[in-house]
Design a protein around this ligand. Structure first.
Ligand code: CU
Length: 510
């Protein structure tokens, strides 16, 4: 026994420790929409958040310090600060560790030993607007309310399906791809942590990034990684991303975590526990959420269509040298709607040959993505939408989304801020249907924001904001939220904050 304990203390024999310790109690993280906004779970959540917000920023268990672990503009670099992982396969694992310690701190601060983080399942029908407890009452007395959000989001407007959808990412069977971030569920392989990196993996791109920028809007907290975790909704959003990860693994079909990668398994990250102890954690300690961290979810994400094409385990990727077929170097500002066209060389369309796209994977790289400000909204990206047809995110020409969450922070000089899109299937289909004979690849970027006209009324027993007519009756007006970033004048129509742009498109075959 003593030997085992010593081994545990030295961190030498994880398997021995795991076997000799009683399994932790399994706690269940629940869908926030299933909780009564006036019930005990939400009350405990509010107590915990309020207690953490009341702590001094220097306290590692304070709201401010925990937010700075994700990212901060505050000078000085206290232990653990600025360590969030984006644009690589550490994205999911790092955020799981972050949520784990945050949840312990929150539980302790709430005084409720049964507290778990709820999740916001935005892709479930009827749940694609900000959960009621986070926006009602819309006053600072509600510790879950945050004025620095998109006003329409706080008003209960609905999010477009291309923001909240996860079926594209869930359909992938690779965790990581060596050749295209968009081909892997969990992000590209890197050899060491990168605070902000480049091309985002499928689940990080959609729904993760899109939900961030829609909640934050222009210059709100959630739109910028250096402020995002200060908005309580961050934790419910990431809890859902973590649940989608669990759901992805559970779906089988060859899906598995990169447990054979030593960097993913053994790289340690710094956090603090509820007793203010500095702690370190690594991938190998979080692979099995139930066994190692003691939690599960009340429901996993079901496949959107059970009749979908049967999935097979991922084939090993062909490690041929990628060949660039065509590039287009020109600064392109992304407007509400932007069209860009490229011409494939003739040889690409020949049935075979070193430059033929026949039988090869085709990847589009959008490079030099940059925005000088955190703007709300994201772009749906389409390939060769037929003339006159409406771009449809559920249709065959949709290839993915681009959001600018974190893109002004790309620290990795070797990797300019890029996004890639594997378009093999779309290109194959276009060829089969003889719609690619002129070699033209026409890309459409269509901006999406929250539909302010689609606000849904707050359901259930939540106290609603006074209706406009109540003012006429002399009722007390609702307490105005403190002016914050969200109160800045809205940009003029057609002018998008931060001049989001890219400088290059490259078409590559593998
Ligand atoms: Cu995030």
């Amino acid at each position: 026994m003593r030997a085992t304990l010593l081994a545990c203390a030295a961190g030498l024999l994880f398997s021995v420790c795991a076997a000799s310790q009683p399994a932790p109690t399994l706690r269940v993280r629940r869908d926030v929409h299933s909780l009564d906004p006036n019930g005990p779970e939400i009350a405990a959540l509010k107590r915990g958040v309020a207690a953490m917000k009341a702590r001094a920023a220097t306290d590692p268990t304070s709201w401010a310090y925990q937010g700075a672990i994700h990212g901060t503009d505050t000078p000085g670099n206290a232990a653990g600060w600025n360590s969030c992982q984006h644009g690589s396969f550490f994205f999911l694992s790092w955020h799981r560790m972050y949520l784990h310690f945050f949840e312990r701190i929150l539980r302790s601060a709430s005084g409720d030993p049964t507290l778990t983080l709820p999740y916001w399942n935005y892709s479930k029908p009827g749940q694609n607007s900000l959960p009621v407890p986070l926006r009602r009452p819309a006053t600072l007395e509600n510790p879950l309310f945050e004025p620095a959000r998109d006003a329409a989001a706080n008003g209960g407007a609905t999010f477009p399906s291309s923001a909240t959808g996860s079926s594209r990412a869930m359909s992938l069977t690779r965790f990581s791809s060596a050749v295209s971030a968009s081909r892997g569920f969990g992000g590209r392989i890197v050899s060491q942590p990168v605070h902000f990196s480049s091309a985002h993996g499928a689940i990080e791109s959609q729904p993760h990034d899109n939900v961030h920028v829609l909640v934050g809007g222009d210059a709100g907290l959630m739109s910028d990684p250096n402020f995002a975790a200060l908005d309580p909704v961050f934790w419910l959003h990431h809890c859902n991303i973590d649940r989608l990860w669990e759901s992805w693994v559970a779906r089988g079909g060859g899906r598995s975590n990169p447990t054979g990668d030593t960097a993913w398994m053994n790289t340690e990250f710094t956090f603090f526990d509820e007793n203010r102890n500095q702690v370190r954690m690594k991938g190998s300690e979080i692979v099995n959420a139930a066994k190692q961290l003691g939690y599960g979810y009340d429901a996993l994400e079901a496949p959107s269509s059970p009749q979908a094409v049967p999935e097979s385990a991922p084939q090993p990727e062909r490690m041929t040298t990628p060949k660039t077929l065509v590039t287009r170097d020109r600064k392109t500002l992304l407007e509400e709607s932007t069209e860009v066209s490229l011409s494939l060389p003739k040889k690409a369309l020949e049935p075979s040959g070193p430059e033929s796209i026949g039988g090869r994977a085709v990847v589009l790289h959008i490079e030099g993505l940059k925005s000088t400000a955190s703007s709300g909204g994201y772009w749906e990206v389409y390939l060769n939408v037929p003339k006159g047809a409406r771009p449809d995110p559920d249709g065959p020409h949709f290839i993915g989304t681009i959001a600018f969450f974190g893109r002004k922070h790309a620290h990795d000089p070797g990797a300019p801020s890029t996004q890639d899109f594997e378009v093999t299937e779309v290109v194959e289909r276009l060829r089969r249907e003889k719609k690619l004979e002129d070699g033209k690849l026409n890309l459409s970027f269509v901006r999406r924001t929250i539909d302010a006209g689609a606000a849904v009324p707050a359901p259930g027993p939540a106290p609603a904001l006074p209706k406009p007519e109540s003012k006429k009756k002399g009722a007390k007006p609702p307490k105005e939220p403190k002016p914050a970033a969200a109160a800045k004048p809205a940009p003029k129509a057609g002018k998008i904050l931060g001049e989001p742009q890219f400088t290059k498109i490259r078409v590559e075959i593998l």
